[in-house]
Write a protein that binds this ligand. Structure first.
Ligand code: NAD
Length: 500
């Protein structure tokens, strides 16, 4: 079969997008297909993808194992060059990737999909560039000794991806694993597999057959089989903490390597100095960005618990609400849209349920109500930004990951109090601190139990930084050469006696 990698206008038939196994584009062995539904147009089936089974996964693992010896044996420059060529090709198709991302995920083209497509290119380029940094050490043990280490690949990596920003998550794993000499079996999320298939098409034009395999299918079947498969040496999972626990227990049960990038409920702490007249607008813009409103809040790093100092509480909230209410919810493909659609009906209902429960709590105050009409001509899952004030840190809406455009506001007075509330969470992925006082900002940053703290900015990860969670937000680090070494290699020590 051949893969067509763009979506035509509705009504022009539903294309079938095969998956990549052993260098071939194939349907599921059962012949079954699964609909991929547009988040923005709930009645449009964008494409069908193979409903893979364990048998299909077995074939993919066999192909990845077969391709492993030659791939790992290459000079690092050759693997690096391949990744750089892929980056080049992806850059040439950046707009196509952005459009497909908007169609597949419901994320807005301008605010989300284009930046994600650019990050994809940047991460391939970064890992292509550092492919020679997977290097070992030599112990200064005397002239008659050569005691050195090699950082060897783990083998076949099984990568399980979520739907919220599939290309960016894939780019954290795929080029890093390949640069280190591993081969791959990738499982995209059921709800957003199309950009991953398109990525596989580009990559497969530069990689030997079997080095990359993509198997589409449901989590309980293909995902579970990846965690269990004895031919998979490492499971690299990104998704919810709930599923992460299952994956961790299953892969851990057979002592496979694993890394888990999981959920979050990140604190966003505003100190009085960050709400001074000359910076209040910039801080509010930053908080808006940190909350990931323009990805409908569907981000593991969303700063969804806003801790506002009591002295600036009302004033700051007014500025923030003004900015947030100006966001335009609409067709993900339209240039003027700031916020697109929520991924599916279940997720949409879950967001509404959290909001209803939060509103019903005594003392809750609706600052901004996101229930809006669906934009004209669209029939998907749209929810505008919602801000609830007067929230207590122990309410369900302040403890659990809503994964929607819902910000809860909690007042504070003392630093010890806000640190205690920020850390009173089973999550620890990201955090944001807003203060013009450097001692205060860094003091807070050091006390927060979180894998990533940003000070006076709310954007996304910087290429090359360490990224990963504390507590139930995960195990392992990505985005950096350190993370890739830790996550995709194992150390072999070789001790040699010289001079007989
Ligand atoms: P999910 O946990 O429902 O699914 C993630 C992936 O796991 C999907 O491919 C799914 O098919 C698969 N899966 C489901 N059941 C499985 C099983 N039993 N065994 C193996 N795999 C299985 O998550 P989602 O709804 O796709 O994504 C949203 C979640 O991902 C949120 O909790 C979000 O915070 C998290 N996330 C984390 C990061 C991060 O970097 N920490 C990034 C993005 C998303």
């Amino acid at each position: 079969m051949k893969l067509q990698t763009t979506i035509d206008a509705p009504g022009s038939g539903t294309p079938e997008w095969p998956m990549l196994v052993g260098g071939e584009w194939v349907p599921a062995s059962s012949g079954e297909w699964r609909d991929v539904v547009s988040p923005a147009r709930g009645d449009q089936v964008l494409a069908r993808v193979p409903e893979a089974s364990r048998e299909d996964l077995d074939r993919a693992v066999a192909a990845a194992r077969e391709a492993l010896p030659a791939w790992r044996a290459l000079h690092f420059r050759e693997r690096g060059t391949v990744l750089l060529r892929i980056a080049e090709a992806l850059e040439g198709l950046a707009e196509e990737f952005a459009v497909l991302t908007a169609q597949d995920t419901g994320n807005a083209l301008r605010t989300q999909a284009r930046p994600e497509s650019a990050t994809l290119v940047a991460l391939f380029r970064y890992f292509g560039g550092v492919a020679g940094e997977f290097k070992g050490t030599v112990l200064p043990a005397g002239d008659d000794q050569l005691q050195y280490t090699r950082l060897e690949p783990l083998g076949v990596v099984g990568a399980i991806l979520p739907w919220n920003s599939p290309l960016m998550i894939a780019a954290m794993k795929l080029p890093a694993a390949l640069a280190a000499g591993n081969t791959l079996v990738v499982k995209p999320a059921e709800d957003a597999p199309l950009t991953i298939l398109k990525l596989a098409q580009v990559m497969s034009e530069h990689l030997p057959a079997g080095v990359l395999n993509v198997v589409t299918g449901v989590g309980e079947t293909v995902g579970q089989a990846i965690s269990e498969h004895p031919g998979i040496d490492k499971v690299s999972f990104t998704g919810s903490s709930q599923v992460g626990r299952i994956v961790g227990a299953t892969a851990g049960g057979r002592l496979a390597h694993q890394s888990l990038e999981l959920g979050g409920k990140s604190p966003n702490i505003v100190c009085p100095s960050a709400a001074a007249p000359d910076v209040i607008e910039a801080t509010a813009e930053g908080v808006l960005l940190a909350m990931r409103f323009t990805r409908q809040g569907q981000s593991c790093t969303a700063g969804s618990r806003l801790f506002l100092h009591a002295d600036v509480h009302d004033e700051f909230l007014e500025v923030l609400a003004r900015k947030v209410s100006a966001l335009k919810v609409g067709d993900p493909l339209a240039e003027e849209t700031d916020m697109g659609a929520i991924i599916n009906a279940t997720q949409y209902q879950q967001v509404l349920d959290y909001v209803e429960e939060g509103k019903a709590q005594p003392g809750a105050r609706v600052v901004l109500d996101g229930s809006r009409d669906v934009p004209d001509g669209l029939s998907g899952y749209f929810q505008g930004p919602t801000i609830l004030a007067g929230v207590a840190n122990d309410w369900r809406i302040a403890r659990e990951e809503v994964f929607g455009p819902v910000l809860v506001v909690i007042p504070w007075r003392e630093e010890d109090e806000v640190v205690a509330m920020a850390n009173d969470s089973h999550y620890g992925l990201a955090a944001f601190v807003w203060s013009r006082d450097l001692d205060q900002a860094l003091g807070l940053a050091h006390r927060i139990e979180s894998g990533w703290v940003q000070v006076n900015q709310g954007g996304g990860q910087v290429i090359g930084q360490s990224y990963g969670g504390y507590k139930a937000s995960g195990i392992g680090r990505e985005f950096s050469i350190e993370g890739a070494i830790e996550g995709f290699t194992q150390t072999k020590q070789i001790n040699v006696k010289l001079g007989r």
